[in-house]
Design a protein around this ligand. Sequence first.
Ligand SMILES: *[C@@H]1O[C@H](CO)[C@@H](O)[C@H](O)[C@H]1NC(C)=O
Ligand SMILES: *[C@@H]1O[C@H](CO)[C@@H](O)[C@H](O)[C@H]1NC(C)=O
Ligand SMILES: *[C@@H]1O[C@H](CO)[C@@H](O)[C@H](O)[C@H]1NC(C)=O
Ligand SMILES: *[C@@H]1O[C@H](CO)[C@@H](O)[C@H](O)[C@H]1NC(C)=O
Ligand SMILES: *[C@@H]1O[C@H](CO)[C@@H](O)[C@H](O)[C@H]1NC(C)=O
Ligand SMILES: *[C@@H]1O[C@H](CO)[C@@H](O)[C@H](O)[C@H]1NC(C)=O
Ligand SMILES: *[C@@H]1O[C@H](CO)[C@@H](O)[C@H](O)[C@H]1NC(C)=O
Ligand SMILES: *[C@@H]1O[C@H](CO)[C@@H](O)[C@H](O)[C@H]1NC(C)=O
Ligand SMILES: [Fe+2]
Length: 474
Amino acid sequence: MGVVRLASSTSASSMVAIVAVLGLVLNLAVVCNGGITSTFVRTIKYSADMPLDSDVFQVPPGHNAPQQVHITQGDHQGNAVIVSWITADEPGYSGVIYWSADSKNQTAVGVVTTYTFYNYTSGYIHHCTIGNLSFNTTYYYVIGIGNTERQFWFTTPPEVGPDVPYTFGLIGDLGQTFDSNRTLTHYELNPLKGQTVLYLGDLSYANDYPYHDNVRWDTWGRFTERSAAYQPWIWSAGNHEIDFAPELGETIPFKPYTHRYYVPYNASGSTAPFWYSIKRASAYIIVLASYSAYGPSTPQYQWLETELPKVNRSETPWLIVIMHCPWYNSYYSHYMEGEGMRVTFEPWFVKYKVDIVFNGHVHAYERSERVSNVAYNVVNANCTPVKDQSAPVYVTVGDGGNLEGLSTVMTEPQPDYSLFREASFGHGIFDIKNRTHAYFSWHRNQDGYAVEADSAWLFNRHYYPVDDSKSIRA
Ligand SMILES: *[C@@H]1O[C@H](CO)[C@@H](O)[C@H](O)[C@H]1NC(C)=O
Ligand SMILES: *[C@@H]1O[C@H](CO)[C@@H](O)[C@H](O)[C@H]1NC(C)=O
Ligand SMILES: *[C@@H]1O[C@H](CO)[C@@H](O)[C@H](O)[C@H]1NC(C)=O
Ligand SMILES: *[C@@H]1O[C@H](CO)[C@@H](O)[C@H](O)[C@H]1NC(C)=O
Ligand SMILES: *[C@@H]1O[C@H](CO)[C@@H](O)[C@H](O)[C@H]1NC(C)=O
Ligand SMILES: *[C@@H]1O[C@H](CO)[C@@H](O)[C@H](O)[C@H]1NC(C)=O
Ligand SMILES: *[C@@H]1O[C@H](CO)[C@@H](O)[C@H](O)[C@H]1NC(C)=O
Ligand SMILES: *[C@@H]1O[C@H](CO)[C@@H](O)[C@H](O)[C@H]1NC(C)=O
Ligand SMILES: [Fe+2]
């Protein structure tokens, strides 16, 4: 207890002026009962939303030009893409023209939808699935008509297989502040080059505005287009997507979210867009819903019960779960909120040897050891989490930078299972190398783009179930 040592990372503040004065900022860390509680100190805890006239919110020029363009995986295997965008003035055209270096132009036509929220009326929201794409291939696509055509591109993942390297970005609770913009910029300029974002819930934070001002859903869509139009963002829903507002006459939960963000839930046999799965390269990704019913007999429970046995680890060695609310969280913020779902699903995670779980919700970063807490049965006293080599690593990356600020207060002492925690804005990278090894890193916004404030090698639970807790902090 109380041992002070230098953490392995030396971080340079992104505030160049301060760096020039101080030189390198040494990052002290305190080792408590558990792992490391980083003592890195940020100067500002809160940051304001970017004003409506910010550069990142600019409406593209031209009458009815497509805006808020974003893509996500469109099927279970990874050779379809859902392209979504909004036209503000009139329905326009829901078609996508797309081609690769080896194929001639093809066209797919999607659907258009709208919604109202209190006194807000959405633009025309288009969703078009383009399928039968070749793997590992760059496609160009064009949306809009006449003078307002806009062109983008994306690269499909390699065909699913056990040794296909692939790099995922982890972003959660992004919002639309100046810090959010820094997080997205750091993700884009990270030399580890994420190929797909696993989004950990809480998107626009529009509901923090009076009347849930849905204009802030539109600004968020324009802000994130610069990444989400070029690489898929795999969506999971957070509490800020619920938008349940009976005082405004809005009683359909998730109304803005489900109209704006389509996901391929149907392809994995799910009956609702809040829980589903995809395969991508060597990963099997299960998206769970912290804000949908999960108890026995519920649709989500039944789906997960039949889903987990379907995962073929010989084909997709890396079993990743994403959901908004963490089960293992040693911050005051949202403390124990995840307990109900943990009690319900944790035995399955251990049985099926989930490799890693990514969460948002808590506006901070935390990484756990492989730990489980499945022995407790109310009458025995076995209620302490124990090290468990069949259990996942739990990582909270809820630090995208939204207007609610950071969760800085932590429970003390740091629990044994908590290996590293710090309340700073940033993003994560999960870099799968092959069937046995993956490298996780966390990048705080104050550092240079290449700096890893925390990192760990993960050994695959199916192919290489060796204790990886000591491999930590490469
Ligand atoms: C394919 O579509 C794009 C966008 O509309 C257009 O610029 C291009 O000329 C088309 N190519 C062919 C061969 O038709
Ligand atoms: C919605 O109602 C609020 C409160 O009356 C008002 O401030 C706002 O301007 C209205 N917005 C629209 C789009 O009418
Ligand atoms: C893929 O091709 C098949 C056969 O032509 C077609 O039935 C199916 O709709 C296509 N899928 C997509 C998503 O375009
Ligand atoms: C993907 O294509 C690139 C060339 O474009 C090639 O170098 C790479 O090996 C391919 N990856 C897979 C997994 O097929
Ligand atoms: C957001 O970040 C981008 C890229 O760094 C920058 O060009 C832009 O000016 C920033 N906008 C705001 C409002 O901070
Ligand atoms: C998707 O939904 C349709 C309509 O409800 C259903 O017929 C189909 O079986 C579902 N599953 C897939 C994989 O398309
Ligand atoms: C699992 O995947 C492997 C590799 O693709 C394949 O050979 C095997 O048949 C699959 N097993 C099942 C039960 O589908
Ligand atoms: C898998 O990747 C790790 C880390 O890059 C490397 O050390 C190991 O040799 C690789 N395994 C194989 C079989 O290539
Ligand atoms: Fe949240």
